[in-house]
Design a protein around this ligand. Structure first.
Ligand code: CA
Length: 331
């Protein structure tokens, strides 16, 4: 027998109606001896039917997901729902409260912490609760991301190429329904420990986004998030109303050649803007050393032709930072 999760939910997942509550995780510390981390959760349920598990704040410095999901929790009418919608707008709540990618408590990156541990760090305990309690309840899993403080993306909804083609087709159909300006066949740099992989390995339909970045949100990207999540729930037959279908351009990340990384520190100059075309071999960014004048910048060249889909965000880069992502336009 594995150890039970220390997290207790103040909501009843089997009760009809709207419940606003918490996932309470005991966390004893200097300023609160018998204290807890209180992760907000909302359950909207109407009868039997599929379960959707919706999350934002997997990384704490990304805002389109939380902005869409706190609003959905406030406004979703259970009479319009068939099944259960479980909403956790700020999954790594300590990171979200701090406005940082990782948790200030244990430096845990939620999306590298799966399957988690019931006897691990705070971040690992949250991951374990999702792994063993929430994911098994879900049919469709939607996890919002954006670029956070150090990346910026063209707004896209995404799913992964999977060995199970039926599971993959259901995920890409949901991506299409989301109706972001771009839809992505997504490749991960390092899929170990990701929530995505945990959900997919359980056979769930898993859909994600990258909707902007820079540690903030924009009016356009928040509109995309709010419309998109309702579209997905409507597409799945879980919320009344028609999908508000908008044109989307499909992008593909065919190999690791889509990524470019800085090899030295400096000041970055991106040579094309997000969404603009770039040819293989063209300079996508220059990194200027700033310690003295008279130094030639380091040129970083795109390794494939496509659209600039992501770029490093703040003006200074370090060796190893992801400078750019170029994706291929499919159709
Ligand atoms: Ca992210």
């Amino acid at each position: 027998m594995s150890r039970p999760s220390p997290i207790s939910a103040t909501v009843d997942f089997d009760r009809d109606g709207v419940q606003h509550g918490f996932l309470r995780l005991p966390y004893s510390r200097d300023d609160s001896a018998w204290g807890s981390v209180m992760i907000p959760i909302c359950v909207v349920k109407n009868g039997s039917g599929p379960t959707a598990l919706l999350t934002g704040g997997n990384h704490g410095d990304e805002y389109e997901g939380p902005l869409a999901l706190y609003e959905l929790a406030r406004t979703l009418d259970p009479k319009a729902v068939a099944g259960s919608v479980i909403i956790v707008p700020a999954m790594n709540y300590p990171a979200f409260r701090a406005g940082t990618r990782t948790s200030p408590i244990d430096k845990g990156n939620m999306n590298r912490s799966f399957p988690g541990r019931p006897d691990g760090t705070v971040t690992e305990k949250i991951a374990d609760y999702f792994q063993r309690e929430l994911l098994p309840r879900a049919d469709i899993v939607f996890d919002f991301h954006s670029g956070g403080r150090t990346l910026d993306f063209v707004p896209f909804c995404a799913a992964h190429i999977l060995p199970d083609k039926k599971q993959e087709a259901r995920a890409f159909a949901a991506v299409e329904a989301f109706s972001a300006p771009f839809s992505m066949k997504m490749l991960e740099i390092d899929a170990v420990g990701m929530y995505d992989s945990a959900a997919e390995e359980m056979g769930k339909v898993f859909v994600t986004t990258e909707l902007g970045g820079g540690g903030t949100s924009r009016a356009e990207t928040v509109r995309i998030a709010r419309r998109g999540i309702l579209n997905v729930l409507r597409h799945e037959g879980m919320v009344d109303g028609a999908v508000e279908k908008l044109p989307t351009r499909w992008l593909d990340m065919p190999s690791g050649d889509c990524f470019c990384f800085a090899e030295e520190d400096g000041m970055i100059e991106t040579m094309v803007d997000l969404g603009e075309p770039i040819e293989a071999g063209a300079v996508v960014a220059r990194i200027h050393s700033t310690g003295r004048t008279g130094q030639a910048p380091q040129e970083i060249r795109a390794r494939i032709s496509g659209l600039l889909t992501a770029r490093h965000f703040p003006g200074l880069v370090k060796a190893g930072d992801c400078v750019s992502v170029v994706a291929v336009v499919e159709r």
